[in-house]
Write a new protein. Sequence first.
Length: 122
Amino acid sequence: MSAIYAVNGVEVEPRVSISDSLPDAAAELDRQWEIQATSSNLVSSDREFYILAPGARGHEIGWIRVKDNSGLNLPSRIAYGTGDAAFLTVSTNGRVMCAVSTEDSEKWIVVHHFPAEGTGAS
């Protein structure tokens, strides 16, 4: 639930926002998501992370551990399968969240670092 609150809270600020009106918005979203996921250490060295099942009822399915061997165009692949590029991922150690959300006429990439268990640091 902490990851869901970290992306849906009132005070959430995106790391990146991409206007849907850009001619290459989907490609830019794919590119920026990969940059943010890599730079935040979301994806493990063997390309694994957790994803909350995308779609309106994904929370009923829950978190799924995936190995993304492609590593390319994840938002576009999700949009192709669900009709929306929005999704939520968490690192295998639970410390990093990286999400794509749809906000009005933009796509936001939100990155959040959770503190280590038993510390106040993030």
